[in-house]
Design a binder for this molecule. Structure first.
Ligand code: SF4
Ligand code: SF4
Length: 279
């Protein structure tokens, strides 16, 4: 039976797509963004064992060279995550589709749908395809929160059971993209066009960084001119909260002012992306 590493399941979320949703966060990412707010989801645990002794309630142990996490003992103090130098977490459950569905069924009467996120959930696209097919049977919607690193044009089976993709377009100028993401932007931009044409673009998101006028403007301009009024465009203020200290030292410790973000939302709206808004 297929299993995928689940970092956490939030039963009720109103920030991961429209309405009330159950959000499922998978472990592992294809990017390593400088500003990542969930850096502990980037890699899979390599069982080095360094975090085991830091757990104040003995929720972690080693068995046959593998880290075992006892979720019933865990007090979610994050001591293990702060110790890990591998951008990983020992608090991961390798779950099957029926096990994830078991959790979704508990919240199903109170939600409009589910959203899968990460890390990058599309690493596990075969798992998602099975999961979404089951979710559809409950009459719920299924959304993909993605960094755009999966070539969606090659996975029609996934899009056939997904209601839409919430796509991050983080940077379009090559230098800014390389600085922020260390991964080619070409596939992300191809996905933007493909998902738009396929009617599967649920929303686009761009983070606005303080004092990065040119870089912010280039990204906002590109996205706005592509999407126009076809889908919402979420303009997100950069906030250092959750970003690791070393990365904060590089990027800065300032939160983007609301006024600055609003200026870019206005730019987007003036270019035809009438559904641009700031969060
Ligand atoms: S979570 Fe990190 S520190 Fe802990 S065992 Fe895994 S890789 Fe090592
Ligand atoms: S988050 Fe849980 S597993 Fe990690 S150190 Fe704290 S109690 Fe232990």
């Amino acid at each position: 039976m297929k299993r995928a590493p689940v970092n956490r399941i939030i039963p009720f979320s109103n920030v991961d797509g429209p309405g009330n949703r159950t959000s499922i966060f998978f472990q592992g990412c294809t990017f390593h963004c400088l500003f990542c707010h969930n850096p502990e989801t980037i890699h899979l645990c390599n069982n080095c064992g360094k975090c085991v002794g830091t757990c104040p309630v003995s929720a972690l142990s080693m068995e046959d060279g593998k880290v075992i996490w006892d979720m019933n003992r865990c007090v979610t103090c994050d001591a293990c995550i702060k110790t890990c130098e591998n951008f990983a977490s020992p608090r991961v459950r390798w779950m099957s589709v029926p096990e994830v569905m078991g959790e979704i069924r508990r919240t199903a009467p109170y939600i409009g749908g589910i959203t899968t996120s990460g890390g990058e959930c599309t690493i596990y696209h075969e798992f998602l395809t099975e999961l979404y097919a089951e979710v559809q049977k409950l009459g719920l919607t299924a959304l993909i929160d993605s960094n755009g690193s999966l070539d969606f044009s090659r996975h029609p089976e996934l899009l056939a059971v997904a209601d839409g993709v919430m796509l991050d377009v983080k940077a379009v100028t090559p230098e800014w993209n390389d600085y922020l993401i260390s991964h080619s932007r070409d596939l992300v931009l191809k996905n933007l066009d493909y998902l738009l044409a396929a009617g599967k673009l649920q929303e686009v998101r761009t983070i606005i960084f303080p004092d990065r006028e040119e870089e912010n403007a280039a990204t906002v301009r590109y996205v706005a001119e592509h999407i126009k009024d076809k889908c919402p465009y979420k303009i997100i203020r950069y906030r250092p909260f959750g970003v690791r200290e070393h990365e904060q030292d590089i990027l800065g410790h300032m939160t983007t002012e609301e006024e600055e973000a609003e200026r870019f939302a206005n730019l987007a709206r003036n270019l035809g992306a009438t559904r641009a808004f700031v969060v």
